[in-house]
Design a protein. Structure first.
Length: 340
């Protein structure tokens, strides 16, 4: 029995460390591919690259290197780890709807925590940790955001953090697998602003995958979440007259008359903006209510090689691979801020 427990601990620590190392190699290979592409571009298309890439070109290069290079490298590192079957079950539209509203709510409050943390870092260290990803998404067209943020990105992120990671950690504890997946998902964004809400929705997506066992549900939920959070604001920017100006005026307490005149000139368009804002605010509070109502019915089944409670954290997080990945995720935003 003792030898079996020792074997289980070693296997578990190896699995978690290997996943952390795979995430490190994901970013190393992605960054390397981006550098190679940029050098090749400077050599073959010097005028195009020296003049600066458009936001669309940056998104294309970033996405291509992440999903065509980083994802395969990640898979090569984890493919030989033992996998544990996740039982499948049908998921109703009602369940997906409830999960979406709860996720939206978690994002709303997680974003506030992230913004507060970023503001604290700026105040104490005078370092701006504005998310590169959020800035980049806000600078592209809604069609580009639809393809990258709604279709491609959610699929590959769910493939990595739900399918590939949870399938390889579920056997050591369902709750541990969900928490580990969510935390790796949070640090994967390499952004203080996105850290908290990414962790919260990672818990939601992970629990959905554990209970339903099908990646399609998580992908649909993630896609819907990104559509309302990223694409809809871009639609407003493109199709609502003066929307960018209104956002700027909103920061000036003396610009009420100018704001009112702008809204009065386009009542239907700004009525839609108002309904969207009210809907997101309502979902934020309804989601918390639904979560509180349903949290007692959530459960985690006993795993085949369930780790003792007092050793879960040390086994999953105190290992070379995970420590390296978290260190990379923490240091990267500061290095980027220093270089800008």
């Amino acid at each position: 029995m003792d030898s079996q427990m020792t074997y289980d601990f070693r296997s578990a620590k190896k699995a978690f460390s290997r996943i952390g190392l795979a995430l490190v190699m994901f970013f190393v290979s992605t960054f390397a591919a981006q550098i190679i592409l940029e050098l090749a571009g400077l050599y073959f298309f010097p005028e195009f690259f020296k003049n600066g890439l458009s936001p669309r070109a940056v998104v294309i290069i970033s996405s291509a290197t992440m999903y065509l290079v980083g994802v395969p490298v990640f898979y090569l590192f984890v493919r030989r780890l033992d996998t544990f079957e996740v039982d499948g079950a049908k998921c109703s539209l009602k369940t997906l709807g409830v999960a979406f509203v709860i996720s939206f709510s978690l994002t709303y409050f997680g974003q506030m925590l992230g913004d507060a943390a970023a503001a604290f870092v700026y105040k104490t260290m005078n370092v701006s940790l504005v998310s590169e990803t959020l800035e980049l998404v806000s600078s592209i067209s809604w069609i580009d955001a639809l393809v990258v943020s709604v279709i491609i990105g959610p699929f590959f992120e769910e493939l990595i953090f739900r399918k590939l990671i949870i399938d390889r950690t579920k056997g050591y504890g369902e709750k541990l697998a969900v928490i580990f997946s969510a935390l790796m998902f949070a640090f994967f964004h390499m952004s203080v602003q996105q850290l908290f809400y990414a962790f919260f929705i990672g818990l939601m997506f992970g629990y959905l995958y554990i209970r339903k066992g099908k990646l399609i549900y998580c992908w649909l939920l993630h896609a819907a979440f990104n559509f309302f959070g990223a694409v809809v604001p871009l639609l407003f920017t493109e199709f609502v007259p003066g929307y960018d100006k209104l956002l700027t005026l909103a920061l000036d307490e003396n610009a009420f008359d100018e704001m009112y005149a702008l809204v009065e000139a386009h009542p239907i368009a700004y009525g839609m903006v108002a309904w969207y804002s009210l809907a997101t605010l309502a979902m934020s509070f309804i989601g918390i209510f639904w979560l509180a109502k349903r949290i007692r019915s959530m459960y985690f089944a006993k795993a085949d090689f369930e780790l003792p409670k007092d050793s879960e954290a040390t086994t999953a997080f105190v290992n070379v691979g995970v420590i390296l990945f978290i260190a990379l995720s923490v240091v990267y935003p500061f290095l980027t801020a220093a270089l800008i």
